[in-house]
Write a protein that binds this ligand. Structure first.
Ligand code: PEP
Ligand code: MG
Length: 315
């Protein structure tokens, strides 16, 4: 006799719309893995590593300087593995560290963090990873362990990339850390207008996917601090300039066979999902509580596009 849980799952599967555009889920902490899995998403479009680190409430340097690097790596492995297990064999894109200095300063052992006038334009994301290579190597050691354990569903996503040289250096370091980048999906976040405008150069350098970080892409395109309430009314993810950048990147990536996705908050808004499907995005990653509504909208939009084409005798 099937359990109540199995019956609920069976009904959900029966009613889950099938979409050609993948609908994925964002996961911020490993503890949310099971809840995320229950959405029946097509994978994880963003797993944030920094929350695992901030959750330890101890600055990574405390581990590094204290000779406790193995402990640190094992914590990362444990966190990522929880999510990779829950979704296996569906893809899980894990983003490397992206916490600004002010967040690090609040942690135990974080007193040495530099003070920056504008942390959002400063030492975060890939820039920090490429300068503090000791730390990047620990992240890569965690990935290597997971790949050696057979997790072939894990992809590596690099945040705040603004020049292909950063991608190149990061890939070199992955190789140095024993990661077979031919077998692993490596992608970049497109969250700085510069990287959107020169997306062809990133494609040439070699990427398997891009994901729009619209939280940052909006703030950097419009020069509106995403955390400043005084200008919150000017913060508009649907500003034509933001949409134009996204549309351009999708077009170039589709031509080159590079997967496209979104992991910023905008992807959790069904009306935004609708626009993105119309632009030909290949996946959308939404927050846990938004997956169902986004999936409904994606399905509906896809049907309308097909019907429209049929009526115009395009198909
Ligand atoms: C984004 O910028 O849209 C994003 C997903 O990253 P974060 O919010 O962590 O900067
Ligand atoms: Mg971002």
């Amino acid at each position: 006799k099937p359990s109540e849980e199995a019956k609920v799952t069976a009904v959900a599967v029966a009613t889950k719309p099938i979409t050609a555009t993948e609908v994925k889920v964002n996961v911020s902490i490993p503890e949310a893995a099971e809840r995320a899995k229950a959405t029946m998403a097509d994978g994880v479009g963003l797993l944030r590593i920094e929350h695992m680190i901030l959750g330890l409430n101890t600055h990574p340097q405390v581990y590094i300087k204290g000779g406790r690097s193995d402990e640190y790596v094992n914590e990362l492995v444990k966190g990522i593995r929880t999510v990779a297990d829950a979704f296996y064999p569906k893809p899980v894109w894990v983003r490397t560290l992206d916490a600004p200095t002010d967040e690090f300063r609040a942690m135990k052992g974080g007193e040495g963090e530099p003070y920056e006038h504008n942390p959002m334009l400063g030492m975060r994301g890939i820039r920090r990873d490429l300068r503090e290579t000791e730390h990047f190597k620990l992240e890569m050691a965690a990935f290597k362990k997971l790949f050696d354990l057979g997790y072939d569903n894990i992809g590596i996503m690099l945040p705040l990339v603004q020049h292909p040289v950063e991608l190149k250096r990061a890939k070199q370091m992955m190789l140095e850390c024993g990661i077979d980048i031919e077998k692993v999906d490596v992608g970049i976040m497109v969250e700085i207008p510069a990287s959107a405008l020169i997306i062809d150069d990133f494609i040439k350098e070699g990427i398997d996917f891009v994901s729009f970080g619209t939280n940052d892409l909006t703030q950097y395109t419009l020069a509106v601090d995403r955390n400043n309430e005084l200008v919150a009314d000017l913060y508009n993810e649907l500003h034509p300039a933001v949409l134009k950048l996204i549309e351009y990147v999708i077009e170039r990536c589709n031509k080159a066979g590079v997967k496209t996705s979104i992991c910023g908050q905008a992807g959790s808004r069904p009306e935004v999902a609708r626009r993105l499907v119309g632009m030909g995005i290949t996946s959308i990653s939404a927050n846990i509580d938004a997956v169902e509504a986004v999936r409904e909208m994606v399905a509906r939009t896809e049907h309308e596009i097909i019907l429209d084409a049929a009526r115009k005798r395009v198909v």
